[in-house]
Every structure is written in C-alpha cells, then in structure tokens.
Design a protein around this ligand. Structure first.
Ligand code: RTP
Ligand code: MG
Length: 138
C-alpha cells in the first residue's frame, strides 16, 4: 500500500471539475484518506514547488497555484504514486494519454488541472506539508 498527495488545482476547482475528478479516483479504487478545500499560502506553494525555484516559470506557477482554492487529497492504494500520475497524464496536455485527466480536461501546461507526487520521497514530503497527522485517516 502506498500513499500519495493529489491536488485539484485552482483551474480545476474554478471549472467545477472537483466531482468528476473525485469520481475517477473512487472508480479507480483508491481510498481517500484526507480531503480539504483550501487556499495555499505563498510560503507553502514555494516549498511545495521548491524543486522548480530556479525555473523561469516559478513565479507564474506560484501565482497560479495560490490564486484560488484547491482541493488537497491524500490517496491510498496499491502503486498509488505512479497510478495517480498515470491517471493525470503528461504535464503538457498535448502529450497526455487519451482518457487521462489532462488529455480530457486541459489544453495548457500552465493550467493542467491536477497535481500528483512524483516519487515516494515527494509523496511523504508533500503529504506532511499539506496535512497534519490528525487530518489523515489511519
Ligand atoms: P505537478 O508537479 O504540478 O503535478 O506537475 P508535473 O509533475 O507533471 O510537472 P512538473 O515538472 O513538476 O512541473 C510543475 C508544474 O509547473 C508547470 N510547468 N510549466 N512552462 C513550462 O515549461 C512549465 N513546465 C512545468 C506546470 O503547471 C506543471 O504542472
Ligand atoms: Mg511535479
């Protein structure tokens, strides 16, 4: 069993895609062990995307992710880290597999609807950044 951090980004929430995305997660069979709608503090966003600090799009990325409510989700399941990344599809929706969330609902790399941790280490770090111990189901 693995846990991963998933997020519906501000574009997804704004466009009313939250129920559709939660339905896909549940149909897949992942267990939602944490769930909350929130506006991300700038400091948290900068820590979350710290690996991209030197990239030219960093400022825009932080502006975007803090620019409206997101839905933070802790998922549990067999192979959940890679599995959720597969459900999301490639970063650039133009390269995302047909049927994936980004292929079905996004057109640009900058606003690509969902986030998913990319490794065991990122998952642990991001879950701790967004959820306190008591907020996750055992
Ligand atoms: P995420 O972290 O949001 O789940 O996305 P990801 O792993 O698929 O992609 P990553 O390389 O971690 O990039 C994080 C987010 O930064 C934006 N981005 N813009 N303009 C660009 O070239 C560019 N590259 C990345 C995207 O919104 C991406 O999701
Ligand atoms: Mg990433």
């Amino acid at each position: 069993m693995e846990r991963t951090f998933a997020m519906i980004k501000p574009d997804g929430v704004r466009r009313g895609l939250t129920p559709e995305i939660l339905a896909r997660i549940q149909r897949k069979g992942y267990r939602v062990v944490g769930l909350k709608q929130m506006v991300i503090a700038r400091e948290t966003a900068e820590a979350h995307y710290g690996e991209h600090k030197e990239r030219p799009f960093f400022g825009e990325l932080v502006d975007f992710i803090t620019g409206g409510p997101v839905v933070a989700i802790a998922l549990e399941g067999e192979n959940a880290i890679a599995g959720w990344r597969a459900m999301m599809g490639a970063t650039n929706p133009a390269n995302a597999a047909p049927g994936s969330i980004r292929a079905d609902f996004a057109t640009t790399t900058g606003e690509n609807v969902t986030h998913g941790s990319d490794s065991t280490e990122s998952a642990a770090r991001e879950l701790a950044l967004f959820f306190k111990d008591g907020e996750l189901l055992a």
